[in-house]
Design a protein around this ligand. Structure first.
Ligand SMILES: Nc1ncnc2c1ncn2[C@@H]1O[C@H](COP(=O)(O)OP(=O)(O)OP(=O)(O)O)[C@@H](O)[C@H]1O
Length: 295
């Protein structure tokens, strides 16, 4: 799904260009060392986030960040404030106080579509109106800023060439996405007829059609059978290798512990602990918060 582009190695280098006098082996190890020590950037930063509903404090002074290109898990017992945090990040709720930054830009209080336009999206359940459309139509309608829709073409004779071209490109991208998620055989099926797992694949494909940099997944595996679960996780890992960043809320601890490289634990509206899965699994405070549930 990544664009094919010219690699630096393919670039034309003039014959008389000055070449640094470094032994190749030495240069390699320097690059490797730099990669190990250079911290990755933090596209998402949540700072002192607070959200109250009347007298209930759902999120209370929550601060965390997510590293670029990571698959980070957000966990916590029921009522810990995970969904409210998600909703504050993606513009569904306006925080009572605190800030959300995406790529160093303050996105606090923006509308969901404004946040999506900046490259931060979440998956949404397929709404009723979309259930009455085919899988293909669902994806055609998903991307931002598209001019060309089949419907527009049918009502506007003599569309501009650039609009037709845009629709052709869009169609190609939709088929690429359908094939990537292995749901191309369902292109003509109404979304309302899909199984729970197939819906999750479509939800994720819809989110990716907006060309995001970061995807927030709220329980992407709920109700998904093991075969589709494996497929979905494989796709998430492939996308992460391409550079996408993921924040994942999931109740299934095995999924979190086996797939995420960093885990943030919320409890009573705030961050209780964060770290590598093995550290979280052995963290006394986390074990206590889950009251002995298996983690
Ligand atoms: N719209 C709302 N109105 C009133 N209280 C709310 C609202 N949304 C969430 N809450 C309360 O805020 C607290 C945190 O809820 P939230 O759904 O964010 O937790 P969660 O960690 O996602 O829980 P779960 O894992 O059960 O989905 C809970 O006490 C919940 O009852």
């Amino acid at each position: 799904m990544s664009d094919s582009s010219t690699s630096p190695a393919d670039a034309n280098i003039p014959e008389d260009a000055e070449v640094p006098d470094v032994e190749p082996e030495e240069a390699d190890s320097e690059v490797e060392e730099a990669a190990k020590t250079t911290p990755r950037s933090l596209p998402l930063r949540v700072q002192n986030l607070r959200k109250t509903f009347g007298g209930i404090t759902a999120v209370d002074d929550t601060t965390f960040s997510v590293e670029e290109g990571s698959l980070t898990g957000l966990i916590g017992p029921n009522g810990a404030g995970k969904s409210t945090t998600f909703n504050c990040i993606t513009g569904v709720h306006t925080p009572t106080s605190g800030n959300v930054y995406f790529k160093d830009e303050d996105i606090t209080g923006l509308e969901p579509h404004q946040i999506a336009n900046r490259g931060l999206v979440r998956t949404f359940q397929i709404a009723r109106e979309l259930e009455e459309m085919t899988v293909l139509e669902n994806l055609m309608l998903a991307p931002r800023g598209q001019l060309g829709e089949s419907m527009v073409r049918s009502v506007l004779p003599g569309l501009r060439d650039d609009v037709v071209e845009q629709e052709t490109e869009l169609r190609e991208r939709v088929w690429e996405m359908l094939e990537f998620f292995e749901i191309d055989h369902l292109a003509g099926e109404y979304a309302g007829n899909l199984s729970g797992g197939q819906r999750k694949l479509l939800e994720m494909a819809r989110a990716l059609m907006t060309d995001p940099e970061m995807v927030l997944l709220d329980e992407p595996l709920a109700g998904v059978n093991p075969t589709l679960e494996e497929k979905l996780l494989e796709r998430i890992h492939e996308l992460r290798e391409e550079g996408y960043t993921f924040l994942l809320v999931e109740h299934d601890m095995d999924v979190i512990m086996n797939n995420c490289e960093h885990v943030i634990v919320m409890h009573q509206g705030t961050v209780l602990a964060e770290g590598a899965p093995e550290d979280i699994r052995n963290n006394e405070q986390v074990i206590e918060a889950y009251l002995g549930e298996d983690i």
